[in-house]
Write a protein that binds this ligand. Structure first.
Ligand code: MTE
Length: 319
């Protein structure tokens, strides 16, 4: 994340920009098709490998989207628990940090609180599916990612929120011994994010346990993370240990750090600029030097599915 210059954790967005061509569309379809997971899924010893191969959800197959090269998705990361250097996350998140076993807790204003191994949570869903989503970081770069996982709504249905539950607060692990970034007090760890219950119930809100038909890698938020494609990437919190149903709007990490720049909603919006840069367009990671920018779409292209959530809300004030 790119925040004010004098802060120690600030990384200029231009610092790490690996470029590579999009993979061939046909090769991609072959790779993520029904057969691929069979090759990869169960051979990987990862608790969250449950459910592979995933089935492609026809409603989210991203007809006009070219998925970003897997090497870029797993090599260009924001994961401040490890480092602010996008190119080093991959190495640091795979040096002793264990994501198996992984316990996750669902608690707060719910009828069915639970604390369980992530694999057991996955077994309570109806299997996993693949969806191809646009992914837009607040730093004005974008990717297209074939996620595997299940709708967040499944967790809401399992938890059975009480009537006074209005928001969901998500919390990432805290392990400074194995996550070097957490030894620096630059952020009030652990990383926290939140959604309104209504947003969380939208069909697009997704819990990812895989990418490209393979269990999600540590650097991408193993073993389970949130994906909210109509919001800036920082809302898509990684490596979740706690999902809490609450009455009040949670204070999310980036809002806490820099409230004038990052809000609670963080909806992708080309008309509302970041105080220090334009949000009207985005750099397409992997698109090559000459075709690297494209206009940013309202709600990242998901306006039809989500605009009802914000009717009557001033999006300039509620950024
Ligand atoms: N979740 C945690 N726990 N820590 C982080 O630093 N970074 C966020 C989001 N989730 C972050 C996080 C930001 S700014 C982005 S853009 C995406 O993760 C990046 O996800 P990716 O590395 O899988 O592309």
């Amino acid at each position: 994340m790119n925040i004010i210059k004098s802060r120690a954790w600030e990384l200029p967005e231009s610092a790490v920009t690996p470029e590579s061509d999009f993979i061939n569309r046909r090769r991609f379809l072959k790779a993520v098709g029904m057969g691929s997971g069979a090759l990869l899924g169960n051979s990987i010893a990862n608790g969250a490998s449950w459910g592979f191969p995933s089935r492609l959800n026809e409603n989210y197959k991203g007809e006009d989207l070219k998925p970003t090269d897997y090497d870029l998705i797993k090599g260009y990361n924001n994961f401040y628990e490890f480092t602010t250097d996008k190119g080093d996350v991959q190495k640091l998140a795979n040096q002793g940090w264990e994501t198996e076993p992984w316990e996750i807790e669902i608690k707060g204003l719910v009828e069915n609180p639970m604390k369980l191994e992530v694999t057991d949570l996955l077994k309570k869903t109806d299997g996993i599916e693949q969806r191809i989503y646009r992914f837009r970081c607040v730093e004005a770069w974008s990717m297209v990612i074939p996620w595997d996982g299940f709708p967040l709504k499944k967790i809401i249905d399992l938890a059975q929120p009480k009537s006074d539950a209005k928001y969901i607060k998500f919390t990432t692990f805290y392990d400074p011994k194995n996550a070097p970034g957490q030894r620096r007090r630059t952020i009030d760890w652990p990383y926290v994010e939140g959604l309104t219950l209504e947003e969380a119930s939208n069909d697009l809100a997704f819990m990812a346990t895989g990418i490209y038909g393979k269990p999600i890698l540590n650097q991408n938020g193993a073993p389970i993370r949130l994906v909210v494609p109509w919001k800036y990437g920082f809302k898509s919190i990684k490596s979740i240990v706690k999902i809490e149903f609450v009455k009040k709007q949670p204070l999310n990490t980036w809002q806490d750090l820099q409230p004038s720049e990052y809000g609670f909603y963080a909806n992708v919006n080309p008309k509302v600029d970041h105080p220090r840069w334009s949000q009207a367009s985005e750099r397409v990671i992997g698109a090559g030097f000459f075709s690297s920018r494209q206009p940013t779409l309202m709600f990242n292209g998901y306006e039809e599915q989500v605009s009802y959530l914000y009717e009557g809300l001033d999006l300039r004030k509620n950024y």
